[in-house]
Design a protein around this ligand. Structure first.
Ligand SMILES: NC(=O)c1ccc[n+]([C@@H]2O[C@H](COP(=O)([O-])OP(=O)(O)OC[C@H]3O[C@@H](n4cnc5c(N)ncnc54)[C@H](OP(=O)(O)O)[C@@H]3O)[C@@H](O)[C@H]2O)c1
Length: 290
C-alpha cells in the first residue's frame, strides 16, 4: 500500500529537526523533509511545482522568519515568509487537497491579558514578527477550511539557537547572568510539540481550527533560567531584572500564557509539565554534546 506523504517545510529548524527525530517511529508515512534550500515557501512557482510533482497528503509548515528583533528592520523579509509564504502554502494545499498544519505564535497577542489566551481571543501583536505571523494566520484561514493552526510559545530544543542552550552556555562562561522576570508564559519543548503534531496527523487533522500548545505551567524567563541552573547544578548566580533593564528592538508581550484546553478536547493531547520536559532536553543536550 502506498504510504501517505507528509511534507515538512523549514525542516532544518528546531521544530523541523524534532519531527525528523521522531519520524522513524511513524513508518506508515513517507516524510519529505524540506529545508529552506529544498523549498522556499515564499516562492509560489516552486511551491506549486513541488505540490504538483509530489502530491502529498499532509503539509506541516515549520518554515518561518523567527528572528524577532531582526524582523523590526527586516519587515519585508518577515512578512514575505511568515505571511506570504504561509498564504502560498495554504493556497497550494487547498488546490491540491492537502491537509495543512501551520505553526504560529503567542506573539500574536498584546500581553495585556491576566488570564490565559484562548484560540478565539483577539489578536493584537506588538512586534513586526507578531504582525507577520498574525497576517499568516489570516491568509491560511482564508485559503481553505482543512487547516489546523497551532500557536505555541517559547520553543526550545536540542537544536539550533534557543534560550535553554544560551543559558547553558552563559552559565559556564559567567559568574552572574541577568534574566527578565516580568514576561510570563510557558516554555515548549519542540520534541513534545512534534509528538502532538503527529497525533493530529494520525487523527487525520479532522478538527480544523486554531489550537494552542505549550508545556504545562506558568513561569517567567527568570524562573526558567533558575530551573536550568538547578537541573545542571551550576554555581552561576541568576539575577531577576525588569525588561526595562534589557531593552530589545522588538517589544514582547508581558503575559502570553496560552489556554491549551482545546487541543486536549479535540485531539486528546496531554501536556507534560514544563520542568519534566526541560530536564529531558537538557539531558539530551549534554549527552549529544550539541
Ligand atoms: N522559536 C520560538 O520560540 C517560537 C515561539 C513561538 C512560535 N514559534 C513558531 O514555531 C515554528 C517553528 O519555529 P522554530 O523554533 O523551529 O524556528 P527555526 O528554528 O527558526 O526554524 C525555522 C526554519 O524555517 C526556515 N526558513 C526561513 N525562511 C524560509 C523560507 N522562505 N522557506 C522555507 N524555509 C524557511 C529557516 O531556515 P534558515 O535557518 O535557513 O533561515 C529555519 O530552518 C515557526 O512557525 C515559529 O514562528 C517559534
Amino acid at each position: 500500500m502506498q504510504k501517505l506523504k507528509i511534507i515538512v517545510t523549514g525542516a532544518d529548524g528546531q521544530l523541523g529537526r524534532s519531527i525528523q527525530h521522531i519520524a522513524p517511529a511513524f513508518d506508515g508515512y513517507e516524510f519529505i523533509f524540506l529545508s529552506r534550500a529544498g523549498l522556499q515557501v515564499n516562492d509560489e512557482a516552486a511551491v506549486n511545482a513541488f505540490f504538483e510533482k509530489s502530491m502529498p497528503g499532509f503539509c506541516i509548515n515549520c518554515a518561518a522568519y523567527t528572528a524577532v528583533d531582526a524582523a523590526e528592520t527586516h519587515v519585508e523579509e518577515a512578512f514575505s515568509v511568515n505571511a506570504g509564504g504561509a498564504g502560498i502554502l495554504a493556497a497550494a494545499c487547498a488546490r491540491y487537497h492537502v491537509k495543512l498544519i501551520h505553526i504560529s505564535t503567542d506573539y500574536v497577542f498584546n500581553g495585556r491579558s491576566s488570564i490565559p489566551y484562548l484560540p478565539g481571543s483577539n489578536t493584537d501583536p506588538v512586534s513586526i514578527y507578531g504582525l507577520s505571523k498574525a497576517k499568516g494566520e489570516e491568509l491560511v484561514m482564508a485559503a481553505g477550511p482543512a487547516t489546523v493552526i497551532i500557536r505555541t510559545s517559547w520553543v526550545y530544543s536540542e537544536y539550533g539557537k534557543n534560550f535553554v542552550k544560551t543559558m547553558l552556555r552563559l552559565m559556564t562562561e559567567r559568574e552572574q547572568v541577568n534574566v527578565v522576570n516580568d514576561q510570563t508564559g510557558a516554555p515548549t519543548y519542540a520534541a513534545d510539540l512534534a509528538g502532538a503534531i503527529m497525533r493530529i496527523v494520525e487523527a487525520g487533522a479532522q478538527h480544523a481550527g486554531i489550537y494552542h500548545y505549550s508545556n504545562e505551567g506558568c513561569i517567567t524567563w527568570y524562573q526558567l533560567a533558575l530551573a536550568i541552573k538547578e537541573l545542571t547544578g551550576s554555581g552561576c548566580q541568576i539575577n531577576p531584572i525588569p525588561s526595562s533593564e534589557y531593552p530589545t528592538p522588538a517589544k514582547r508581550p508581558s503575559f502570553s500564557l496560552l489556554d491549551t484546553a482545546a487541543i486536549t478536547g479535540s485531539y486528546g493531547i496531554q501536556m507534560l509539565p514544563w520542568k519534566q520536559s526541560l530536564e529531558t532536553c537538557i539531558r539530551n543536550i549534554l549527552a549529544w554534546r550539541i
